[in-house]
Design a protein. Sequence first.
Length: 450
Amino acid sequence: MTKSTSVAVSAPGKVLLAGGYLVLDRNYTGLVFGLDARIHIHVTPVRTVPGVVLSEIVVRSPQFLDAIWEYGYRVCAGEAGVQVTELRADADISLKRNIFIETALSFALSYISSLAPGMLPSASVTILADNDYYSTSGANVLAAERFHDFGVPLSEANKTGLGSSAALVTAFTAALLQFYLPDDVFDISQESSKRKLHNLAQAAHCAAQGKVGSGFDVASAVYGSCLYRRFSPSILASCGEPGKKGFAVKLRTVVDEIGKDAKWDTEIIKDAVKVPQGLRVVMCDVKGGSQTPGMVKTVLAWRSKHGESAEALWQNLQKANTDLAKELVQLAEARSQDYNALKECISNIRVLIREMGEASGVPIEPMEQTRLIDACSKLPGVIGGVVPGAGGYDAVALLIEDRPEVAEQLTTFVESWRFGGQGRASILGVRQEMQGVRLEQERDYRKWVI
Ligand SMILES: Nc1ncnc2c1ncn2[C@@H]1O[C@H](COP(=O)(O)OP(=O)(O)OP(=O)(O)O)[C@@H](O)[C@H]1O
Ligand SMILES: C[C@@](O)(CCOP(=O)(O)O)CC(=O)O
């Protein structure tokens, strides 16, 4: 049933410009931008000598040292799906589990086998991440290389927080479905296939993370920039796990939304998000800055303890967030360059975010970031900035006028910025991207595929 040809798929990273914490609750939404930093997956058949039966999937991430994972897999009895076992690719390389790859693989193969029982031929998978997913400080990289060789193991790479695991799970799942299933069953260019991909990638990403987050990162990896309302977490409650009796059937029921009350209630509103021509989103990575563990837990604990006052804050923030989305759409449609109202929308959000941080005792927009955002906002052509996602010390997202001199001046300014300690910041070369997952030309990647 496999196509004899290779396939390549890519999915974008993300930035949650507005709606951090709120988006965990279905009563609120998040404004999420896909970014033009993508994770690319190439799948190719493994050609075997006639008579030799192999059942292996080898996954390589050639930008990192020792990043090779070799899996054996078997279809379990009792419709329990496909269980994968990591094999030792090389006697000298110790087993290093990559839980996101392993989980995405067993979920995708379980789903595929539930649709089309039979042999799943061996394949070789290559992961290529656009360079901005990792900081290159200290790495010996050639700027001109489309995909850097980071020269370190994946565990030592410094992530820039663009959502690599969600883009990876989404692109990886899409590539396997596209590779193993006939086009009339799965075709990534069709909306119905995208919806199934979304459901399957959310299920796999939650299982790999060991928790059910809001899923905005997987949603934007599939659909690109959008206003996002999360799915009810109960949808995934009945899914089970690979190797457990009935898993394949349960997974298929969830992914294909079979039966009464099976519909996913995710809302993806594409039209509610626009970036006016003449503006762009930029990401500022703060090296040495980190996210405080337990931020989400602490904020949610504060919220549940402070009933009405927390609810009022959530509602005010929701209004400020939707005002920002509306203003962006309005500017895009009117082709206006009057950014005063936009500046005010951003400032309103920041006031409320700081209120949330102070009330809950969590550094969502810490003083250091306030100073940085305020200083950047004074530069010509910079409209304003926010701490994206959960906030903290590690990143800032800015809206700027899309002129080279604005980005250049901002880059120089940010690079000379010093935090109290030794933290440093840099501007990443990414911008917003409206499109989500997409099929790529597989020949474009052959240079990096072993
Ligand atoms: N290029 C890659 N090759 C192989 N695995 C990768 C790659 N990029 C990410 N991963 C997998 O994703 C994991 C990182 O996921 P994690 O959720 O910690 O980061 P993230 O998604 O980038 O986070 P954030 O939400 O802060 O942006 C890695 O440990 C690895 O399992
Ligand atoms: C705090 C939260 O709302 C956003 C986290 O975003 P990020 O991982 O910081 O980009 C959590 C979530 O939505 O799953």
